[in-house]
Design a protein around this ligand. Sequence first.
Ligand code: HEC
Ligand code: HEC
Length: 144
Amino acid sequence: MKSKFVVSAMLAALVSTAAFAEVTSLRGDQGISDNNEIAKIKKVPKSQDKLGLDYVHQPPLIPHETGQVQLNPSNNGCLECHDVSTYRKADAPRVSPTHYMDRDNKILTEVAPRRYFCLQCHVTQVDATPLVENEFKPAGKFGQ
Ligand code: HEC
Ligand code: HEC
């Protein structure tokens, strides 16, 4: 009985090492104690042409740099140009009505808390190689 248990434990250990061997993390084949390679910070142009949307409910990419914009619980720099009360003066696109809806679809007068941290969904356009292979193809008129 005891030897049976030992054999199955050894087998389990072997199987799990084999399974681990096939998995590589995004940082590559580096040992845990090795220093990580420093990723180059991507250069974001001050402003650029908008890229096409790839699917219906995609948060549009940000066509301008955002490094200088303050975005924290007490100040939302994005809304200084994109809120309903500021967008005309800034000549910027207004946040859409969905941004005023809370999770029960109740319309609020302020941007809903779940849409407050803009960079959670919107990212700056930058020319970067994808971290993982992606075969997604936009359907129909999307992606143009
Ligand atoms: C100084 C004003 C200003 C600030 C601050 C600003 N934006 Fe913008 N944003 C603009 C303008 C102007 C455009 C339109 C650019 C164009 O049409 O090429 C724009 C475009 C966008 C778009 C593209 C919308 C679309 O329909 O394609 C997104 C998304 C966006 N901004 C998000 C953000 C986020 C998120 C922040 C905060 C991190 C931010 N912006 C801060 C002025 C601003
Ligand atoms: C939870 C994800 C999410 C967050 C957070 C979010 N957005 Fe969006 N945003 C979207 C999606 C999805 C769309 C496109 C569909 C829609 O309008 O809902 C969009 C659309 C937009 C547009 C284009 C509007 C239009 O009419 O085409 C602008 C501008 C924008 N967002 C700015 C912002 C700003 C500024 C913030 C922060 C205050 C923000 N968003 C936060 C998901 C998000």
